[in-house]
Design a protein around this ligand. Sequence first.
Ligand SMILES: Nc1ncnc2c1ncn2[C@@H]1O[C@H](COP(=O)(O)OP(=O)(O)O)[C@@H](O)[C@H]1O
Ligand SMILES: CC(=O)OP(=O)(O)O
Ligand SMILES: [Mg+2]
Length: 404
Amino acid sequence: MTPGQRGNRVLVLNSGSSSVKYQLLDMAGPTRLAVGLVERIGERGPGLLRHTPGEGDTRERELPVPDHRAALEAAAGELAADGLGLDAPELAAVGHRVVHGGRSFTEPTVVDDAVLAEIERLVPLAPLHNPANVAGIRTAMALNPDVPQVAVFDTAFHTTIPEHAARYAIDVRTAEEHRIRRYGFHGTSHAYVSRRTAALLGRDPAEVNVIVLHLGNGASASAVAGGRCVETSMGLTPLEGLVMGTRSGDIDPAVVFHLARVAGMSADEVDALLNQRSGLAGLCGDNDMREILRRVEEGDGEARLAFDIYIHRLRKYIGAYTAVLGRVDALAFTAGVGENAAPVRAAAVAGLTGLGLEIDERLNTARGRGARLISPEYARVAVAVVPTDEELEIATQAFALVGV
Ligand SMILES: Nc1ncnc2c1ncn2[C@@H]1O[C@H](COP(=O)(O)OP(=O)(O)O)[C@@H](O)[C@H]1O
Ligand SMILES: CC(=O)OP(=O)(O)O
Ligand SMILES: [Mg+2]
């Protein structure tokens, strides 16, 4: 490699509040050179690191991880042990998932001091996510100051949402002063999955209307018309919309001041209640859909009700987004629950033949890994399972920005 030329490798970091997921990719393929996860950052007891080289066995060990810096240093150590040191000239960029970009960032952006300051300014709008993203960027900068850090924003794909869908019906001046509007999240996933769904149908994304259901621990729905997002369920913060692992999703906003007045709860206490002790966990004590499905099988009434509330909300959004789009060509399920939980998919569309939605239960329950259709051939709307790949999408965008 000649001096000044950059290599083909991109490291992608998806930093959460207590975990860092990372991938090293060779964009010439693209080929995955390594995948890993550091969990339980800053929690009591040891952290856990799981690292899988491109071709090789997974290594797993416990280690102290008091903060994100320690987590990233441990990940860098694992990569170096595989001969994939992050100081190597092959590294073209580090791509970061940044959850909240406000209205400032609509494109992938090379991070400098001003960009970092703006991401920090947005912390109050994503208190669970942006601080971890900032920590990831700072640590990666310290590990290799010469390589460009590229921020890819969850909010970017949603900047095409029209004003009538993005604005809340509250006093205009208050909304403007405090930047209150629908921003939407999981945009990298919604963009990737809607495109992949069009490809699965053998059609140009510009011709296709898709409802994407991103059902992970955080969950959101989006309506994508001809490749552009026109509506999404998360709002000012990632709390609005669907029922999630620990988040309530939609509630009457009066619940907040009722709890303040009647229960004497502070803003922070209500915040913690709705973000951390609500959703599936709040309803039945478990936030893992696998565990809930197992309990439902055993006839557990609490888990059944939690499941029914989760499904009811999903169905409301499917109906609403059908109306928003007017014509729906495909419904795509993605992320941990969407990709793996056949009973969730079946219940979400059961009886919706009036909307053109139908699932072939044999296809729905068949084992499969890639993107696949689960609707019968004659159905008016294609129903698909489309594995998301936020890391590949982030790497692709980062490489397009800085790669040679
Ligand atoms: N086989 C499965 N069946 C049902 N749910 C699953 C399965 N595998 C994973 N999940 C669900 O996926 C969730 C995690 O999804 P993921 O997209 O990885 O979330 P996040 O990125 O928010 O951590 C878990 O909480 C679990 O409920
Ligand atoms: C924005 C968001 O909710 O992200 P996650 O699902 O990773 O928590
Ligand atoms: Mg996720």
